[in-house]
Design a protein around this ligand. Structure first.
Ligand SMILES: Cc1ncc(COP(=O)(O)O)c(C=O)c1O
Length: 431
């Protein structure tokens, strides 16, 4: 006899199929009910260790009490005014962000998601560089699902199927992936020849003076968790610095999409800090408000001021409750010294994984944004399945879905973290 809980799970999934759009892919066919810290509890009474963080969002675990309290207090006080009036919460948050964003990036537009942030950055680039219709994006990257962000994305062709014509003027160049070098060089002995792919494009078909922006994820996320060099595989070259020089030479806006890598995920507020580079624009979303919807793009005041009032807008962007949650999220990350914990522990994790998995996997990443590339999708699926049996939720990434994607909460307890990693190592070794 099936239990009541099993029957109700079956019913819920049947209703989900009947009433919810099929376009939204779901990884695990369980129904979440509540969350606490690193754990997710389902309607059928199961407890899962959530190593997905709702795709890199719940940086402080589920329902961090201080964030919940801040959001609840704001909820009871004032939920929404849109742009009808000014309000304290987005002013406080924008000021806070100006303090943690790199270099002279000090002015922010708030929206509701990562894709919206990316779209906004395209609009900004058109204001800064009017009359320049082209944009350069990187093959393998993902920037979101709006039509603008879809046009910039190339991590899976399904994301673009049937949607042409998309935004015109997008030109793709290969990402500097040292684990699968686009110009077939040995990363230990190369001259950053992958950069020539871009400069050659300038010579052959894309005059640099026609480009308004170059957009890059400092660490490719959905496309397979691949950081741009320098990193453990190629410590000699700084790709982002070279890109910065090119952008300066031709007055092209350098946009770093930090929707996934930002807000402490890599052990710094923003991954670009590892590259000692200040981009012109940073996009952010995901972890900023611990799970309440929020996105943002930020740049220096000089550029942002070129967009006059009304040039861009959003009914819900910078919502008071999301802002209150974001302010508290940033405060807790600072107060609990989480960036330091994540950067140090991330380095230890990489070393541990490398020594345990030597020939079986390619290990890469920064902080708690780690990729474990396996030989095949079948192997990665097997590991995800074994984790699921052990009540651990974990995702994969990459066009071939063979990268195990390790994005635990930033405040996960260290002993638990290493226990989990050891389990994953044993699943990989057995698979
Ligand atoms: C780098 C990057 N940019 C943009 C997005 C889109 O964000 P959202 O799903 O909030 O629109 C994502 C989502 O995964 C992302 O990883």
């Amino acid at each position: 006899m099936p239990t009541n809980q099993a029957v109700s799970l079956k019913n819920l999934l049947a209703k989900d199929e009947q009433f919810l759009a099929s376009a939204l892919y779901r990884v695990f066919h369980i129904v979440a009910d509540r969350g606490e810290g690193s754990y997710l509890y389902t309607t059928d009474g199961q407890k899962y260790l959530d190593l997905t963080c709702g795709i890199g969002v719940t940086q402080l675990g589920h329902c961090h009490p201080e964030v919940v309290k801040a959001a609840q207090e704001q909820l009871a006080k004032l939920m929404h005014v849109s742009c009808v009036t000014h309000h304290t919460e987005n002013i406080k948050l924008a000021e806070k962000l100006a303090g943690i964003l790199p270099g002279d990036i000090n002015n922010t537009f708030f929206c509701n998601s990562g894709a919206e942030a990316v779209d906004g950055s395209i609009k900004l680039s058109r204001y800064v560089n009017p009359g320049r219709p082209n944009i350069v994006a990187f093959r393998g990257s993902f920037h979101g699902r709006t039509l603008g962000a879809t046009a910039l994305s190339s991590s899976k062709s399904l994301h673009r199927k049937h949607y042409d014509p998309l935004l015109a003027g997008i030109n793709f160049v290969d990402f500097p992936n040292c684990w699968q070098c686009p110009v077939f060089k040995d990363p230990n002995n190369c001259g950053l020849e992958c950069l020539d792919l871009l400069t050659r494009m300038f010579k052959l078909n894309l005059p640099p003076e026609s480009i308004s922006a170059i957009i890059i994820e400092p660490m490719v996320g959905e496309g397979g968790y691949v950081p741009a060099p320098p990193h453990n595989q190629n410590p000699r070259f700084n790709y982002l610095k070279e890109l910065r020089k090119i952008c300066d030479e031709y007055n092209i806006l350098l946009v770093c999409d930090e929707v996934q890598s930002g807000i402490g995920r890599t052990g710094k507020w923003f991954a670009t800090e590892y590259y000692d580079v200040v981009p012109d624009v940073i996009t952010m979303a995901k972890g900023i408000a611990s799970g309440l919807p929020m996105g943002a793009f930020a740049s220096k005041k000089k550029f942002m001021s070129l967009m006059p009032p009304g040039a861009h807008g959003s009914t819900f962007g910078g919502n008071l409750v999301s802002c209150a949650a974001a302010l508290k999220t940033l405060e807790v990350i600072e107060k609990e010294n989480i960036l330091d914990y994540v950067s140090k522990t991330g380095t230890e994790l990489i070393k541990h994984l490398e020594s345990a998995l030597k020939q079986k996997a390619k290990i890469r990443g920064l902080g708690f944004m780690l990729g474990i590339e396996l030989a095949s999708k079948e192997l990665a699926d097997k590991v995800v399945e074994e984790c699921f049996k052990e009540k651990m939720l974990i995702l994969t990434a990459g066009a071939e879905q063979k990268v195990i994607r390790f994005i635990p909460p930033l405040n996960i307890e260290k002993t638990l973290l290493f226990n989990v990693v050891d389990k994953i190592i044993s699943f990989i070794n057995k698979a």
